[in-house]
Write a protein that binds this ligand. Structure first.
Ligand code: SF4
Length: 302
């Protein structure tokens, strides 16, 4: 099977109890179908993990959403630059709001919680980030996810201080930088969160796609190449608006099949850049692709 994952529908940012429930499910998958050492990031000196060339690819190149990988060619060979689309801006605002709220909570927790001051600081942080929104819906999502993150972070902190849970969500490392160069990726990859060293968390605002699971494999292999420690589990957090804020959390086992698909996809991207071969336009393009106009124009010319 290409991808092994299970879905729980929940309406919170990742709480510790949700994470632990997922780990129970994913661990049993890992025990039934473990990852061989040759597919670990620490095997970066040998194929199949060793890349044909070290091009410093972005995760979006190695795990491209374009069915023909034409976006890789446009970005890295043709040098096409496009403006961020509304959905890209939404993604960026959601990330900024979540990390800004977590860092404000952390700051106040370290000097003793004063909830009145803290909630005012959170309100200011959320409004500041929401100003970058391209639409009213984005503002609603930004405010809702901001306050949800605040309630999750503070309640976890209170629970952990009373010994109910071992580690609060706010203690998780967020926006972690990792060197992906041993596996042919950028030396400065950014992981949304590492709640536990063998779990990567990625927050998404677009439609669900299997490509997101390839991104988790990229981060896991990059971490393994640096930390020499297995990273087998991923959590995808999907955020969208449907009359109210919706959040769905999906656990992913970063197993042998997913790793192989990722490595093939990375190698295909490297081949496109090295050969400079122009891939055809895809038969079906995601409507959120920032290159829609560029590819349409090329079609009209031909
Ligand atoms: S418009 Fe279609 S073919 Fe062009 S890059 Fe996007 S997905 Fe690929």
């Amino acid at each position: 099977m290409f991808l092994v994952s299970v879905v729980f529908g929940v309406f919170v940012v990742v709480r510790t109890e949700v994470l632990l429930k997922w780990l129970r499910v994913l661990r049993s998958l890992a025990e039934g179908y473990p990852v061989e050492s040759e597919l670990r990031g620490w095997s970066w000196q040998f194929p199949p993990v060793r890349p044909r060339s070290y091009l410093g690819l972005a995760v979006q190149d190695a795990a491209s959403y374009c069915p023909t990988k034409r976006d890789v060619w446009l970005r890295r060979v043709a040098g096409v630059r496009v403006q961020p689309t509304p959905s890209m801006k939404l993604g960026s605002v959601v990330h900024d709001v979540v990390f800004s709220v977590v860092s404000v909570v952390r700051k106040y927790v370290s000097v003793g919680l004063d909830f009145e001051k803290l909630s005012r600081a959170i309100g200011r942080a959320i409004e500041l980030k929401s100003r970058e929104c391209p639409s009213d819906e984005c503002v609603k999502i930004a405010r809702s996810i901001g306050w949800l993150t605040y309630y999750t972070a503070t309640s976890e902190w209170l629970w952990s201080s009373s010994g109910v849970i071992p580690t609060p969500a706010t203690a998780a490392l967020s926006e972690v930088r990792v060197d992906g160069s041993p596996i042919g990726l950028s030396s400065s990859l950014r992981i949304d969160s590492l709640p536990i060293p063998n779990v990567v968390v990625d927050i998404k605002t677009g439609r669900k796609t299997e490509v997101h699971e390839l991104s988790l494999a990229a981060y896991a292999l990059a971490l393994e190449s640096t930390l020499e420690t297995p990273v087998d589990f991923g959590i995808l957090v999907y955020v969208w608006w449907n009359s109210s804020l919706q959040v769905d959390i999906r656990g992913v086992y970063i197993g042998p099949d997913l790793r192989r698909v990722f490595l093939d996809s990375r190698d295909e991207a490297i081949d496109i850049v090295l050969s400079r071969r122009e891939p055809p336009k895809a038969a079906e393009c995601p409507q959120t692709c920032p290159y829609l106009e560029v590819c349409e124009h090329e079609n009209t010319r031909s």
